[in-house]
Design a binder for this molecule. Structure first.
Ligand code: FHN
Length: 447
């Protein structure tokens, strides 16, 4: 019996509130538990630490498709270069002989890793096998690999050894979808799934420590979420510290450690989740000789800042040529981005997302006791109103060069920082505010 003095409506409200609190707690716990079964949040944080610190990585799409480079029998094939077999409706029997032409004599692992390092990239994700099924590594499970080409060198071995030498994480992209293997579609798929596990065992036992397994091609109807969960368990058994993307399963419902928005930056990031935007530098992942639509260096820099300010990583792609060279426009842009990160890297690597809903003049990143204001637009006369926060500001300066800046709390309650009249760096001038304690936005501007 309901107590007759307790109105039903109030009771219902209490029940609703309890339900809502319980649901929110369950959601939060699930996100925190996004760790593996049996893995504590602390253990997951330790496993993800290098990746969360890194922020910026190199994606490499390389394979037989670099030979036709967007053209087949004199005809330009539309779309992304690594899909030429599909978009060009090229029968397997006509495409796979490209293996006998693959001889990237100018490939130099030391040079490639050097380009990534000088760009300020902390990890490399390379296509061990893309959808066309050709393997850039020495696989005992197929002849359709680099050892069966005139090149006869294990490219992934040379690259992983060089990455381990130069202290940069080496990671494998691996496509679940496979246009070459006879069992990769239809009733024989379980046989292909065994082949897939076998090649992943090769990739995770023959090349030392691997940072990330970056799956793709998971959308085929033969691949299911439960298979993704089983495969993830299997590969983690081979390398327990491995980081795995969400495409090991069916993305939305997939386990895995991070989300993979592609060719775009989520407007508000993916709050509560690790995530990484992957993006081409022109319009194609695999090399196309006629794709000259290169993003500018300022555009790349601001994309990196935007992504990091929203809590994500940026995986920027290069598509090497059939000779094994990175296209010069890519190399130039990466060198320019790297030169800037030499100066501003403190405001990118290891930072957390902006605590503010928005910062109209640019983006914000943060570290304990420090707020970095990335100035994309310069205020008139250099008069900058700082984002409203509860913290006391101890010091303001320009990150590049360390010039101290004057600031004053005006009667309006606004904290005004006097910047130079002109922007020292029109792409991204970084202002550093040293603050007391964890940054607490004023309630109106909090996220
Ligand atoms: O089909 C692939 C594509 O070729 C490329 O590898 C991208 C990169 O993430 N992934 C798939 C498209 O989503």
């Amino acid at each position: 019996m309901l107590p007759n003095k307790c109105p039903l409506r109030a009771l219902l409200l209490v029940v609703l509130v309890c339900f809502a609190v319980g649901w929110l707690a369950a959601v939060a716990a699930r996100r925190a538990e996004a760790a593996l079964p049996g893995e504590t949040k602390q253990q997951k944080d330790a496993r993800m630490a290098w990746w969360r610190e890194a922020k910026f990585g190199m994606f490499i799409h390389w394979g037989l498709y670099a030979i036709p480079a967007g053209e087949w029998k004199g005809k330009k094939i539309p779309g992304i270069g690594e899909w030429i077999m599909h978009r060009g409706r090229i029968p397997k029997e006509e495409y796979s002989p490209l293996q006998k032409q693959f001889n990237p004599v100018k490939f130099d692992a030391k040079q490639w890793v050097g380009i990534a390092k000088r760009a300020g990239m902390k990890y490399i994700v390379i296509t061990s096998k893309h959808h066309d099924g050709f393997c850039l590594f020495d696989s005992k499970l197929t002849d359709y690999d680099v050892m069966g080409s005139p090149f006869k060198r294990d490219i992934l071995k040379e690259l992983s050894d060089e990455c381990h030498r130069q202290g940069i994480e080496i990671c494998w992209y691996h496509s679940i979808m496979d246009w070459y293997h006879p069992d990769a579609r239809g009733a024989n798929f379980p046989k292909y799934a065994d082949h897939l596990r076998g090649q992943l065992k090769e990739l995770l036992t023959n090349y030392g420590r691997i940072g990330v397994l970056w799956f793709d091609g998971e959308w085929i109807r033969e691949w299911t979420a439960p298979q993704g969960i089983e495969l993830e368990k299997y590969i983690r058994g081979l390398q327990p510290k491995l980081i795995v993307n969400n495409r090991v399963g069916k993305r939305k419902r997939a386990p895995g450690d991070f989300g993979t928005p592609e060719q775009h930056i989520p407007a508000t990031g993916m709050p509560g989740w690790d995530w990484e935007t992957c993006m081409t530098m022109n319009n194609t992942w695999g090399f196309k000789k006629d794709d000259h639509n290169w993003k500018s260096t300022p555009d790349i820099v601001r994309k990196l800042v935007d992504i990091v300010s929203k809590g994500g990583n940026f995986l920027l792609n290069v598509g090497p040529t059939a000779e094994g060279l990175n296209p010069q426009p890519s190399v130039e842009r990466l060198a320019q981005v790297g030169a800037r990160l030499e100066v501003n890297g403190e405001s990118i690597y290891g930072t957390g997302p902006s605590p503010f809903e928005k910062f109209p003049q640019g983006r914000c990143t943060r570290k304990p006791g420090r707020l970095y204001l990335h100035m994309f637009q310069w205020p008139a006369k250099g008069r900058l109103v700082a984002p409203a926060m509860e913290n006391e500001i101890k010091k303001a300066c320009l990150l590049a060069g360390g010039r101290e800046l004057q600031f004053v709390l005006e009667e309006t309650g606004e904290l005004v920082i006097q910047l130079p009249a002109e922007a020292p760096d029109k792409i991204d001038t970084v202002v550093v505010l040293e603050v007391e304690g964890e940054i607490k936005p004023a309630t109106a501007t909090a996220k």
